[in-house]
Design a protein around this ligand. Sequence first.
Ligand code: M6R
Length: 361
Amino acid sequence: DKSGYKHFMAKEIFEQPTVLADALRAYLSPEGIHLGADAGLAGVQRITMVACGTAFYACLTAKYWFERLARVPVEVDIASEFRYREPPIPEGTLAIFVSQSGETADTLAALRYCKGRAASILSVVNVAESSIARESDVALPIHAGAEIGVASTKAFTCQLNVLYLLALETARLRGEIDAEGISERLDALRSLPGLFNATLERDDRIADAALALSEARDVLFLGRGLMYPLALEGALKLKEISYIHAEAYASGELKHGPIALIDKTVPVVVMAPRDGLFDKTVSNMQEVIARGGQVLLITDAEGAREADGETWRTIVLPDVPEDLAPMLYALPAQLLAYHAAVAKGTDVDQPRNLAKSVTVE
Ligand code: M6R
């Protein structure tokens, strides 16, 4: 049931405020975070995270959180690379597998490789009865509800939610963040569904930008820090459903090669809230503009003021605490891809050559 939307993907994007609020209720009480199981976080010395596609980008985002908040070193790998590389798993490793379907063959094989090697196996899944969930020591559901569109949307934000809670809980157990710091961050998280709603109200403006993007043959996405994995996710989303070639780079990598691609036919989507890295991103943006590149800047009010007049288009999102920006900025990334695909007339929910669940290796 598409609840009146033209596509499941649209429905799944627009239900994110409600879905996230429900997911938060499942894990939060007035006293704090309740994972409902001992996820082996207390003695963790390092974390290895393994996944594919969008779930892999959720892991890349979580690396920043685990390292910055909990001070635990994290490795992230694509399941198909991890399993064949046969990496050594140091003692005290928590292995985390993230999968919407819980049936992705490479992720499952990577999990099996870690059995008996990692201290503990934790999975973050949408389908609670899936193979990956069953074979883990602890499986944490993301509570996204059924996701029908092949392009993952609400599962991504709900994966990020659970991974953020895990990072906070790890930080608390290790004494890296005190009770007040945790409760401030949980309050911020509780306000996120409201910010999701405010962001979705910008849909017309985003659709307008997407219409312009839909004429491009190639699009670049740039981001720094927490926005870098999101740039990768934005590019994946765009290519998977609109078939527009898109690439993402960490903004700082631009001048090490990709800047050679810039001309007026290659729009550059820059994801940059006004955070500690903003000035650096603005200077990367100026390098693009100086070469005739058209910048679509996704930022907040202050960022828009500072970049004033220089961009091709600007989409202004509500202010959001830095930790949570990847979750909020995921929404315009999804909407850009969605509207570009609709403009091109592609099969949004069932893109060519793709399956919702990749059970072959
Ligand atoms: O079910 P999984 O989360 O394990 O699936 C992983 C990828 O196949 C999946 O995220 C894929 O990249 C999506 N189509 C992205 O939108």
